[in-house]
Design a protein around this ligand. Structure first.
Ligand code: CO
Length: 497
């Protein structure tokens, strides 16, 4: 019997789930060689929210991060999470942008692409999976797990047929909300294994305290691989800790072997990093969240909700809004609750409670009803569909959403050139998804000069910036000293508003 393979998620989902995706490359690099030597099936190091976070919060080029992590951990395959046609954003992108993103990621060393669609609409996965195969990399198709009258284990297993038909190399059961019970995990794995010989990977979150038990049940049913992380970026809203999972498998002939002393060293190391990231970590993320079970919504959605309702002065309507969530979800064909659908359903539930059911429709609600995100799992409520058609003046879309999108790469390259940025594929795909953040990354605004005479030093090997953009208020002057190849130039820059 083949041993179970553990993938390690500490460098992606671990800190995304427990520390708001704020771990920096510098904080990851010392751990990378240790992780690389432990014999994990794959290291999840990229994708999901990390690309957004690199640009928005950490002032890092995401492709540089991938290069450095590949150098530091060259032996273990690297894995990333990709939202199908949404790449790592919230809306659909044209095929040529999806293809360029995947080709660039492959060129920088990405090995395993875990691809999912929030609606489990295989048409939103096709381009991405083909591009992964074309790059000679491993395409892992994911089934988003959720509970609803239309999401029976048989139907979810049948989605595996569509993934197999796309020639995926493996199948992941992706339980983003941590709602998968051991019994269902067992039955789902059995049902997929009965239909396909592809490896089956289970990915869950310990949010509701079920993940470890569900992993064990999935393993008994013949799963090949599970995702674990390393505490303190494990358990709670993250994946089960690797040492804990190893202990739970003691006595099982399929238990993998990982050096627990190295794992202990890594835990100690990451405790230090958790200290540095303390302000992004919440004790609430470490608790077993039974509210998530009561309301059958992801834990992250609950905490967002509580904050939003307070902001909207609707805190006392929490129970009403939670009761409205399944109504909205049912009307939208029981879409799974995962980014971005969880936000859309939550917002519409609040609007329904505040203004009366369907009295005030959010644009995104209408877009889902009209098929712009893909084919919902069940039928759209007739009343809601009629309102969406009337208010938008549009007919439902039946084709693949991305078919309505024009190719964009040529235009993106022109836009980059116009901004003085290198028109590389890497820049183009980042700019397509995060235009403001990519622009700000390459054109950092100098801090507002608090006193005149700010020294700007350009090294000999780098030309001085052609344009200096002070952020002084209109009418203010600032003096700069520019040093170019050893020569000093004094200059005054005045903001003319
Ligand atoms: Co996850």
């Amino acid at each position: 019997m083949k041993p179970i393979i553990f993938n390690n998620t500490v460098l992606r989902d671990g800190h995304q789930s427990l520390a708001a995706t704020r771990m920096t490359t510098a904080q990851m690099l010392p751990a990378a060689p240790l992780l690389d030597g432990l014999g994990f099936g794959a290291l999840e190091t990229w994708g999901g929210a990390t690309i957004d976070s690199c640009l928005r919060f950490l002032n890092e080029n995401p492709f540089d991060r991938l290069d450095k992590l590949k150098d530091a951990a060259p032996r273990t395959p690297h894995m990333m999470l990709l939202r199908g046609q949404n790449i790592v954003q919230y809306t659909s992108f044209p095929d040529d942008v999806v293809e360029a993103f995947i080709a660039s990621s492959a060129k920088h060393g990405m090995d395993v692409f875990r691809v999912f669609d929030a609606l489990n609409d295989a048409r939103n996965l096709r381009t991405a999976i083909r591009a992964v195969k074309a790059a000679g990399k491993h395409a892992q198709g994911a089934i988003c797990y959720t509970t609803s009258p239309v999401h029976t284990p048989e139907k979810l297993a049948a989605f595996a047929d569509e993934l197999a038909a796309l020639e995926c190399d493996s199948i992941c059961i992706k339980d983003m909300a941590g709602l998968l019970s051991p019994r269902i995990a067992h039955d789902l794995v059995k049902a997929i294994k009965a239909r396909h010989s592809l490896p089956v990977i289970v990915h869950s979150h310990e949010t509701a305290g079920l993940a470890l038990a569900s992993y064990l049940a999935a393993i008994d049913a013949g799963a090949d691989s599970v995702d674990t992380s390393i505490a303190p970026f494990a358990n709670g809203t993250g994946q089960p800790d690797t040492v804990r999972m190893l202990a739970a498998m003691a006595g099982d002939a399929r238990a993998p072997r990982h050096d627990i002393h190295v794992l202990a060293d890594l835990r100690k190391y990451f405790e230090g990093i958790a200290g540095e990231l303390a302000k992004f970590m919440s004790p609430a993320n470490d608790r077993v969240d039974s509210d998530a079970l009561c309301y059958q919504v992801p834990g992250g959605m609950l905490s967002n909700f509580r904050t939003q309702l307070v902001e909207m002065k609707m805190a006392e309507r929490f129970n009403d809004v939670m009761a409205e969530v399944p109504v909205v979800r049912a009307a939208l064909g029981w879409i799974p609750l995962v980014t971005p659908t969880s936000q859309i359903v939550g917002t519409q539930a609040m609007l329904n409670v505040k203004f009366g059911r369907w009295k005030n429709l959010a644009q995104a609600t209408m877009d889902i009803a009209l098929g712009k995100y893909g084919r919902p799992p069940g039928p759209i409520n007739g009343e809601l569909l009629a309102l969406a058609r009337k208010q938008s003046g549009q007919e439902p879309m039946t084709g693949r959403p991305a078919d309505a999108l024009e190719p964009r790469m040529a235009k993106l390259r022109e836009e980059l050139t116009a901004k003085g940025l290198a028109p590389t594929d890497e820049n183009a795909v980042l700019f397509a998804m995060f235009p403001r953040e990519t622009d700000a990354f390459y054109h950092p605004k100098p801090a507002a000069p608090s006193a005149p005479a700010v020294a700007v030093v350009a090294t000999a090997s780098k030309p001085a910036p052609a344009v200096v953009q002070p952020s002084a208020p209109a009418g203010r002057k600032a003096s700069y000293v520019l040093t170019v190849e050893g020569h000093r130039y004094e200059t005054t820059v005045e903001d003319i508003g």
